[in-house]
Structure formats: structure tokens, C-alpha cells
Design a protein around this ligand. Structure first.
Ligand code: MV4
Length: 517
């Protein structure tokens, strides 16, 4: 087993990966940019290295620098988290060249699946259903010939695209030739690959994905589905499992298709097979494979009772999966809400700055994967997601009740958040009835403005805020997570000096930590 792992990421996912490392007795190495020097992932790790300035290209995407740090720190393996370098095969190859294990899929399968046309071909050969469309890449003339059999409207998709990028809708025969030319040249400049293919446009549909995990010994299992139809402009906001529309026989077919997709592409480690699901016909169609651990993986962890990061690490170290499909049992219902610093009452405009105060929910059935604390400055360079709130219930109704309770407990002062959006969604009769589709938020959902408060209520709130501020100032606020290098207060004190930490909140946290041993 590995002795030391570098986590090439920031925020909640870096912390989440390090927590599992610590449980496994593996030392952790953080990397950070100048604007992230106060972040919890830096404070939690056993060692931390500055790798560059705030812009991702100068730090979290600078893989030669990260590999250099990994070598200097003497790590055995690197976990990339999601985003940043997680699906960059050059990075995985650079790790291998340096004799460091990349905790993720093999570059060959990532390349195969990253090209949507070769992925489609692989799935057709493996008997996984795909959306009716062209077998391979098409030029303008071939598109005109193929279109009538596919039917209108249809989609032109970039072979190098994915996740909503490089898609164009075509409504009639007259548009197709020009649309293929434009789509192809856009794909050429966006991805350096002008290849496009056609698919029938299915609507309304749901986005349902299957979590898979595969080892280096040919074992692959599916860990159920996640319903991800609640998204705005290709950004997921809420995910849940099980899906309200998938019945057990369909679930079993989808899981078998997910395993077949993994095997056909020679996949290893954790991955997600995305499908479109048509509730009118109960048919599902392969879309693409996400070759990383996804943001919403905790939903699956809660249903199947596994730690997917632990499984990823074990598999990367060469261990067999250690369980079979028959061992997988999925219990209850889990929902994840992505908490983001954006204003739902102002077109979801990012709301950056200092978070003056945080109080996170807890209690039965609540998991918070977060990296915020009172006093944190949200840097402008990265994703506005602040935290993930995951709730479990014996059934969907209980999961929804718990989520509403936890969202109301969640206090974030200083930036606007999308918590009011989640509360309104969870009360929406269409959501409660499980009737959502991928166009639901963009086409059918509007925030209801809160009633203006009366002047008396406003004054009462101001007085309450001043009183509670004074009380906190007397007793001292403490950061959300009081953890640091395992063991010694000397280590965390030294880290503060190394980082030149000025934040009063953190100094108070350390004083507390030292006084409690
Ligand atoms: C589709 C589709 C309808 N028909 N393909 C968008 C993201 C990318 N992964 C594929 N996408 C879609 N492909 C066919 N043939 C509708 C979408 C789609 C979508 C898919 C998943 C989640 C959200 C979506 C929002 C709009 C469109």
C-alpha cells in the first residue's frame, strides 16, 4: 500500500480525499496557489507546497510543477480529485514517467472514451444501446444524406466535446449542411478536432448515470444509478439516488450496460457511465463516460455503504476489488445539494468575497463535504461551489425532509448562496412528485421573490446581528474543522508560521487545539 499521497486539487474534494488517506494511515501532501494559502486542505495535510499564483494554469493545472513537487516530497501516488488535471492523459503519463501511480483510469481508456465517436463505436460493439445516429464522423454532404433516416430535430455533436460543450440543435433539412460546417469549425477551434457526428434529439429526457468501479484484474461492478436531471445550463445542482423513474428490471439492465461499457473500454478505477432515459418508453441510451470520481459520488457512497476514494486507492495499488455485484446492496435514498456562492434572486450571479460566519448542519442522516469556515475569502479564480450537503433517508420523503431541515440549519453570512433555491426546489410539487427532466430548471422554474420584510422586522434583525456578533467576539469563533497535521501542536503552529497566517479565526483555532492537546 502507498505510504504518501499527493492530492492535486483544492477545496472540498482535496479535503475529502485526505480524510480517507488519514483513515488508511497514508501521509498526505497538499499543493496550493498563493490565494489558497489559508485553505483547509493546506492545513489538514501533513505537508503542503506552494505551486504558483491563483490562475489555474499557473498552479493546479501546472502539471510539470506538480510532478516535480511530488518527486521532491517522495510520494508514491497522486490523487487528482475532479476537474483540473483529473482527465488529462498527459498528466497521468507524466506521473507514470516519474514512477508515481496516478490514482485513476489508465490513459488508453481515457483517450478512447474522450473521443465520443470512438466511445460510441465501442458501445455499439459491446451491445450497449446508443442514441440512433451516424456510425462515425460526418462532413456536410454525408450529414445531408444521413439526416432523413435519423429524423428532425437532430443534434450535431463534436466528437471531442462532452458535458454539454460542442452541441448544436438542427430543426430542419435545410439547415443541416451549413450547421455541420459551423459546428465543425467551432469544434476545431475549441478542441483542436473538427470531427462531428449526428444523433436524434430526444426530448424530454432524464439524465441518469451509473457509477462503476473496476480493478486491474478484470473485475467490474456497478453501484446503482444517480438521477442528475436537475441542472442549469449543464451545471448539476441536485443529484439523488435512486431515480424515481427507474424500476428494478431497468436498473439491472442499466447496471449491466455500465459494466459492459467499462469492460469494453478496458476501464480501470472509478467511473461514471451517463445515459439519457426516456420515461415515455423506458428506454435508455449511452451518452458518454466520465473518467473520474465525480462531484456527486457521496450519494452513491451512502446507498452502497462504500468509501469510493478508499476503493480507488486500493485499486490503484493493485488490490482486487474484493467484492462482487451480488455483494452490492443499495439502501434507502440519498440527495445531494450543491451549495454555491451565487445569488438565486439575481440570475445566479457569482457572489464572491469574505464569508464572515459559517455554521454547518449536522445530525442524523446529514453529511457535509465542505471546505469553508468563518473568515474564509472565496477566491475568484475557481468554481463557486462552497460545499456539498448530502442527506440520507430510509425513503425519498425522509431524505427530502432532512435536506430541508439541514438547509435551514446552514448559516452562511457574508456571501449570497443558492440555499433559497434548493429550499424552493424541494418544495416544488413537480420535484416532490419526481417529475423533472433536463430542461426543467432552464425552461420551467422561476425563483419566487421573498416577501419584503417590514421595517420593524428589519430593525429586530439588525439588533440580533449586533448582539450575536458581540457574543461571538467575547467567546471567540472557531473554524469549522479543527484539524491539522496529525498529532502535534508544534506542527500546526509551524505551519501557521510557514504560511504567515494572519487570520484571527485560525489563531484562535490553534490556541484551542493546543489547549486541548
Ligand atoms: C442529448 C440530448 C438529447 N438527445 N443527446 C448534454 C450534455 C451532454 N452530456 C449530452 N447532452 C444531451 N445530449 C440527444 N441525442 C440532451 C442533452 C442534454 C442534457 C443531457 C444531460 C444533462 C443535461 C442536459 C441538458 C440539456 C441537453
Amino acid at each position: 500500500m502507498f505510504k504518501k499521497i499527493l492530492v492535486a486539487n483544492r477545496g472540498e474534494i482535496a479535503l475529502r480525499v485526505m480524510r480517507t488517506c488519514r483513515e488508511m494511515g497514508i501521509a498526505t501532501v497538499a499543493v496550493y496557489s498563493t490565494v489558497d494559502r489559508n485553505m483547509l486542505h493546506v492545513r489538514y495535510a501533513d505537508e503542503a507546497y506552494l505551486i504558483g499564483e491563483g490562475p489555474p494554469l499557473e498552479s493546479y493545472l501546472n502539471y510539470p510543477k506538480i510532478v516535480e513537487v511530488a518527486k521532491a516530497a517522495g510520494v508514491d501516488a497522486i490523487h487528482p480529485g475532479y476537474g483540473f488535471l483529473s482527465e488529462r492523459t498527459e498528466f497521468a503519463e507524466a506521473c507514470a514517467d516519474a514512477g508515481i501511480t496516478f490514482i485513476g483510469p489508465n490513459p488508453e481508456s481515457v483517450k478512447l472514451l474522450g473521443d465520443k465517436v470512438s466511445a460510441r463505436r465501442t458501445m455499439i460493439a459491446a451491445g450497449v444501446p446508443v442514441v440512433p445516429g451516424t456510425e462515425g464522423r460526418v462532413g456536410p454532404d454525408e450529414a445531408v444524406r444521413a439526416a432523413p433516416a435519423i429524423g428532425f430535430p437532430l443534434l450535431i455533436k463534436a466528437s471531442a466535446g462532452g458535458g454539454g460543450k460542442g452541441i448544436r440543435l438542427v430543426r430542419s433539412e435545410g439547415e443541416i449542411e451549413g450547421a455541420v460546417r459551423v459546428a465543425s469549425s467551432e469544434a476545431q477551434s475549441a478542441f483542436g478536432d473538427g470531427g462531428v457526428f449526428l444523433e436524434r434529439y430526444l426530448s424530454p429526457v432524464r439524465h441518469v448515470e451509473i457509477q462503476i468501479i473496476a480493478d486491474q484484474h478484470g473485475n467490474a461492478v456497478a453501484l446503482g444509478e444517480r438521477e442528475c436531471s436537475v441542472q442549469r445550463r449543464h451545471q448539476k445542482l441536485l443529484e439523488e439516488s435512486p431515480s424515481t423513474v427507474i424500476e428494478q428490471p431497468i436498473r439491472e439492465k442499466m447496471m449491466a450496460a455500465g459494466v459492459a461499457a467499462a469492460k469494453a473500454s478496458g476501464y480501470c478505477n472509478a467511473g461514471t457511465v451517463e445515459f439519457l432515459f426516456d420515461p415515455a418508453t423506458n428506454e435508455f441510451f449511452f451518452l458518454e463516460v466520465n473518467t473520474r470520481l465525480q462531484v456527486e459520488h457521496p450519494v452513491t457512497e451512502w446507498l452502497c455503504g462504500r468509501d469510493l476514494v478508499r476503493d480507488q486507492i486500493r485499486i490503484a495499488a493493485g488490490e482486487p476489488l474484493g467484492f462482487t455485484q451480488a455483494d452490492v446492496s443499495l439502501r434507502g435514498h440519498a440527495i445531494e445539494c450543491r451549495i454555491a456562492a451565487e445569488d438565486p434572486y439575481n440570475n445566479y450571479l457569482p457572489s464572491l468575497g469574505r464569508i464572515d460566519f459559517v455554521n454547518e448542519p449536522s445530525g442524523p442522516g446529514v453529511r457535509v463535504d465542505s471546505s469553508i469556515f468563518s473568515g474564509i475569502e472565496i477566491p475568484y479564480f475557481y468554481d463557486p461551489m462552497l460545499a456539498k450537503l448530502i442527506c440520507w433517508g430510509a425513503d425519498r420523503a425522509q431524505a427530502i425532509e432532512r435536506m430541508k431541515r439541514a438547509l435551514r440549519e446552514y448559516v452562511i453570512v457574508g456571501v449570497k448562496t443558492n440555499i433559497p433555491f434548493h429550499l424552493q426546489l424541494l418544495d416544488d410539487p413537480r420535484f416532490v412528485a419526481g417529475q423533472v427532466h433536463t430542461g426543467f430548471l432552464d425552461d420551467d422554474f422561476k425563483m419566487i421573490e421573498p416577501d419584503d420584510r417590514s421595517e420593524d422586522e428589519r430593525i429586530a434583525l439588525m439588533v440580533a446581528a449586533v448582539l450575536s456578533h458581540n457574543r461571538r467576539a467575547r467567546h471567540g469563533a472557531q473554524p469549522a474543522v479543527l484539524t491539522g497535521p496529525a498529532g502535534s501542536g508544534w506542527a500546526s503552529g509551524g505551519r501557521d508560521r510557514q504560511l504567515n497566517v494572519q487570520s484571527q479565526v485560525m489563531q484562535q483555532g490553534n490556541r484551542w487545539r493546543r489547549s486541548t492537546g
